[in-house]
Design a protein around this ligand. Structure first.
Ligand SMILES: Cc1cc2nc3c(=O)[nH]c(=O)nc-3n(C[C@H](O)[C@H](O)[C@H](O)COP(=O)(O)OP(=O)(O)OC[C@H]3O[C@@H](n4cnc5c(N)ncnc54)[C@H](O)[C@@H]3O)c2cc1C
Length: 415
């Protein structure tokens, strides 16, 4: 029996496991491989939905997606990898143990960076994990006891990139609901967006103009080219000395790949991502593949994959395909993903759908919002309880073709 261990049960890890099972079946080797996913919990966490006001549908139990395809899951934290002896060291709440592998997939994702700013760790919220997002919701529910405090209905969102924009625009309506529920005037709500650079620095000028229009229409105030000096439970002090009274501060600035990437004797990029070859095998290793936020890889001749689900999902499928092909000396497939779209939620204002690496605006407002709802509720979640459907979607080339047509399918959906 060949053992495949997948570290991480996110988008890359889940699809890596499913891709491996699919390829094993294709080669008539399903009884010769055992696939185990090791992850910190027993859910596929849909991280891109953690900014939403309803957290009830943002995680999928492994029971419904791994079990139907015969993948084992182990709950625990991977503490180390012994590349020479091909073992993974795991600690769980009750135990420490090892798993051996023939092929390993590193799909441990990324996490929000918390720089050493006074008060940040103690007082800021985030939407990086389900637990953090739930803590923020709990805090909003508790604001009723602080109704008379200055800044009760003010939220400072730090970071005006993709996540910060989605959080800020969603917070506008979330805080209004909280104020209404507490019997207060929703017009008291203030959302302040802070960034040491500009609004949406990674977007094109054309798309940035749409984002600024949305922020202005929603009354969201921007503080750019200024950084955060300190955070307390009643507000933020900026580097220019300005004080922003706010009971809610949400940090969204900067993610870094899993520290497990440091275990490999190879130079990582600024985000801590590992270099891989075109088949997504970690450079300098024979038996370790990696996918998702942990890897730096080109999607075509020039563009580097983003730390995004859009890239993590197909990369996982390619990894599953390639490592099983590799185990049985069959042809591998080079990873390619030329098309690129982004759909940015802008709260009640709508959304922004862009196409291509130059982020050309395809549609905006409520039309784009329909697309975003489809992305979040349909495209991110794998089929549930259905082996055939899951494995159908685990084919890397099928997804590549689907991906090529996504913008057009979106247009259909918005009609
Ligand atoms: C608020 C927010 C909004 C986003 N919006 C979008 C969007 O609109 N579109 C988009 O494409 N992307 C978006 N992203 C990015 C996207 O969520 C990530 O790129 C994607 O989740 C990466 O998938 P992954 O499988 O590589 O890693 P992850 O989803 O981070 O999964 C990693 C898994 O590994 C596990 N793990 C980590 N370390 C260990 C360890 N030591 N031991 C055991 N298990 C471990 C974790 O528990 C987790 O299950 C967003 C992210 C956030 C936070």
């Amino acid at each position: 029996m060949k053992k495949i261990v997948v570290i991480g049960g996110g988008f890359a890890g889940f699809w890596g496991a499913a891709g491996a099972i699919r390829r094993a079946i294709e080669l008539g080797k399903e009884n010769e491989v055992e696939v185990t996913v090791v992850s910190r919990d027993s859910f596929l966490n849909i991280r891109p939905r953690f900014y939403e006001s309803d957290l009830s549908k943002v995680r999928i139990p492994f029971e419904r997606i791994l079990k139907p395809i015969g993948v084992k899951s182990v709950e625990g934290n991977v503490e180390g990898i012994d590349l020479d002896n091909k073992t993974v060291n795991i600690s769980s709440s009750s135990d420490t143990f090892k798993l051996t592998y023939d092929k390993l997939v590193l799909a441990a994702g990324s996490s929000l960076q918390i720089p050493n700013i006074p008060g940040l760790k103690e007082h800021a919220f985030s939407v990086d994990t389900f637990q953090e997002a739930s803590k923020l919701h709990q805090h909003l529910d508790n604001l009723v006891s602080k109704r008379s405090s200055e800044g009760c209905y003010t939220a400072v969102v730090v970071g005006a990139g993709f996540t910060g924009l989605e959080v800020a625009t969603e917070m506008a309506s979330m805080l209004k609901h909280v104020a209404e529920k507490n019997g207060d005037d929703p017009s008291a709500v203030r959302i302040l967006l802070v960034d040491h650079s500009d609004i949406a620095p990674e977007f094109s000028e054309e798309s940035r103009a749409v984002i600024k229009e949305a922020l202005s229409d929603m009354g969201i105030e921007s503080f750019t080219k200024v950084s955060v000096k300190s955070i307390s439970d009643n507000g933020v002090v900026l580097s220019n000395g300005e004080k922003l009274p706010a009971l809610t501060t949400i940090w969204t600035a900067g993610v870094k790949a899993s520290p497990l990437t440091s275990l490999f004797p190879v130079e990582r990029d600024n985000f801590g991502r590992l270099p891989v070859d075109e088949f997504l095998r970690v450079i300098g290793t024979d038996d370790v593949y990696a996918a998702g936020d942990c890897v730096r890889v080109l999607t075509d001749e020039t563009n580097v994959a983003m730390m995004s689900c859009q890239h993590a999902q197909p990369q996982g499928r390619f990894v599953g395909y390639n490592l099983v092909s590799d185990l049985f000396e069959k042809d591998t497939l080079p990873y390619k993903q030329p098309s690129y779209v982004t759909c940015l939620d802008l709260g009640d204002w709508g959304a922004l759908l862009t196409e291509g690496w130059d982020r050309k605006v395809l549609t905006k407002g409520q039309d784009a919002k329909e697309v975003k709802i489809n992305v979040n509720t349909k495209f991110l979640a794998p089929p549930l309880d259905d082996k055939e459907e899951i494995l159908k979607e685990a084919e890397p080339r099928y997804i590549a073709t689907l991906d090529d047509h996504l913008p057009y399918r979106f247009r259909e959906d918005t009609k």
